[in-house]
Design a binder for this molecule. Structure first.
Ligand SMILES: [Zn+2]
Length: 104
């Protein structure tokens, strides 16, 4: 009786793909645990991973912070130019990461 059961096809190999770009990882790549270096390395370079936006925003925020810092240093040493303040504010607003609270 056992021999009459239809044979099931072998289950497909465990293929993991990147949910953002679709890249297939090597067969049987673990998805959790201590050995996820392959996944981690791809996340670092995947062009469609949300981390790319975070990294770009981080770069823009660092530049804006640097501009604000430099302006403050200028004020510290006596440069009280409203033009400098305006220039830095415009630079920061151009990042799109900060909204103006001054009605602009
Ligand atoms: Zn990817």
């Amino acid at each position: 009786m056992e021999n009459l059961k239809p044979k099931r096809p072998a289950p497909p190999d465990h293929v993991v793909t990147c949910v953002y770009c679709g890249q297939a990882y090597p067969e049987n790549t673990p998805t959790h645990g201590a050995d996820v270096a392959v996944l981690t390395e791809h996340i670092k370079v995947c062009p469609k991973h949300p981390m790319r936006q975070c990294q770009e925003e981080n770069v823009q925020l660092r530049r804006a912070l640097e501009a604000a810092y430099n302006a403050l240093v200028g004020y510290r040493y006596g440069n009280s130019s409203p033009d400098l303040a305006e220039e830095v504010c415009e630079f920061i607003l151009k990042t799109g990461l900060v909204k103006s609270g001054l009605g602009k």
